[in-house]
Design a binder for this molecule. Structure first.
Ligand code: MG
Length: 461
């Protein structure tokens, strides 16, 4: 299932630092290539709240129109809203200007097809070919694309989410919710969505500001101190933190404890399987076994994918699976749209809490407990595949899976995932075990194995 190698597109579109990798000239040529790929068609364009998004979205519109596409400008919107509206509005595709959770100096271009899902790797390769071979088909003056407004559609997106949950049971619970939108586009939808679901809403970091003055756009526990404090001080039932483009949601319980994405996914999966929503749940190999425990308890089945949200979406579509999730807080709900959606995740979590009639901390306490360690080891990109082969040899005797990188299983269901980063010269390590000590032991053992292999190969090359 590994993607053929692409030169511009990464796991989630084309990303880079603005005016360094992502220069205006490059973005214009790239979107001329994207427009050529789509041909004469209706393309929805949205953007996040980054300082560079107004510049890039104008370039995107210009590139698409010069290739004959009609551009419908949605304006600032969460990525999942653009994806849902691309599908529901009968567009041929969509382009989103966003760098998701990356630091403020980054931005990116994400391309979706008429289903609202990221175009497959073959499509990305086709766009790259047009770009590198300079085969952009620019139109004459009398067949250029137009630019039309497509604002005021965010309400339709919110309504679509609300239709997928039990609104009455949520409204009866009269939850108090704190929303931390990371000064990003989630502030345009999630606070309103929660209010429409009968919640009392407190917001923090919810004015859009591309300098991200409140916190960095990645909702890691280290960035969520003020959310945790606010949840406790206002006596909220739950806090929700988005990344910069609101396709991810991380939840904080009423005690102010952050629960990482695979725990909230486990709760949503439990609810989904119990309610007879479907049998299969889809998740990348980096997720906790807690998903497997929950699935087997309710007669469900976990389908494991490589790491990256497009893999989860495509696997869900191919298998007709209804629910997917990622350890980073991505929840994919196919009845709405099989892409990760922070607003949909929030509504589902409210439904889980309301249906159970219990506090979020009680629900998470009941889940099987595992300990996770994340780490990384430097490794020059050119040595990555050679090093991985040598590490695999050292894991002889253990069960090894190769869905993505190496997943090595040790005793008592502890495991370590070793995968090359697609963007940095490092190996990423994810270890999980029943105790913190065992997870740390696994992580440092393989860290040492990789470092030794890197050193050997550096000396040789
Ligand atoms: Mg994102």
């Amino acid at each position: 299932m590994a993607a053929p190698s692409r030169r511009l597109f990464g796991t989630n579109g084309v990303r880079g630092v603005v005016n360094r990798e992502l220069t205006p000239e490059f973005v214009l040529l790239l979107t001329e290539a994207i427009g050529t790929f789509f041909g004469r068609s209706k393309i929805l364009v949205g953007w996040d709240g980054r300082t560079s998004s107004p510049i890039l979205s104008d370039l995107v519109a210009s590139g698409l129109m010069s290739a004959g596409c009609t551009v419908y400008e949605l304006g600032m919107a969460p990525t999942p809203a653009v994806q849902y509206l691309a599908k529901a509005g009968g567009f041929n595709g969509a382009v989103m200007v966003t760098a998701s959770h990356n630091p403020p100096e980054y931005n990116g271009i994400k391309v979706m097809d008429f289903t609202g899902v990221e175009i497959p790797p073959e499509g990305e390769l086709a766009i790259e070919k047009i770009y590198f071979k300079k085969q952009m088909a620019l139109r004459d003056w009398n067949s250029l694309g137009e630019k039309l407004p497509a604002q005021d559609r965010l309400e339709a997106y919110r309504r679509a989410i609300m239709e997928r949950v039990d609104q009455d049971v949520i409204r009866r619970s009269r939850f108090k919710v704190v929303v931390d939108a990371a000064n990003g586009v989630g502030s345009l939808t999630t606070p309103y969505l929660c209010r429409e679901l009968g919640c009392e809403v407190v917001t923090i970091n919810s004015h859009i500001d591309g300098t991200f003055p409140g916190r960095l756009p990645e909702p890691t526990p280290a960035n969520l101190d003020s959310l945790c404090r606010t949840v406790r001080s206002v006596g909220a039932d739950v806090g929700v933190a988005h990344d910069g483009d609101a396709d991810r949601a991380i939840f904080v319980d009423e005690k102010g404890q952050v629960h990482w994405g695979d725990m909230s996914f486990a709760l949503i999966a439990e609810h989904y399987l119990k309610q007879g929503g479907g049998r299969e749940v889809v998740t990348p190999v980096s997720s906790s076994q807690v998903i497997e425990d929950i699935a087997s308890k309710y007669g469900g089945k976990v389908v494991w994918t490589p790491v990256g949200s497009p893999y989860v979406s495509r696997t869900m579509i191919a298998r007709g699976a209804g629910l997917g999730g990622e350890e980073n807080g991505g929840i994919f709900y196919a009845p709405h749209i099989p892409v990760r959606d922070g607003g949909m995740a929030t509504a589902l979590m409210l439904e889980v809490m309301a249906t159970a009639g219990e506090r979020l901390s009680t629900l998470t306490d009941r889940l099987p407990r595992y300990f996770n360690i994340k780490d990384k080891v430097p490794c020059p990109s050119r040595l990555k595949s050679r090093v991985l082969r040598q590490v695999k040899k050292e894991a002889e005797g253990y069960r090894v899976e190769t869905t993505d990188g190496l997943k090595i299983w040790h005793r008592d269901r502890s495991w370590i995932l070793i995968r090359p980063s697609g963007t940095e010269p490092v190996y990423r390590l994810f270890a999980e075990a029943r105790s913190k000590e065992e997870a740390e032991r696994l992580s440092s053992r393989y860290k040492a194995v990789i470092s030794r292999a890197v050193k050997r190969n550096v000396r040789r090359s």
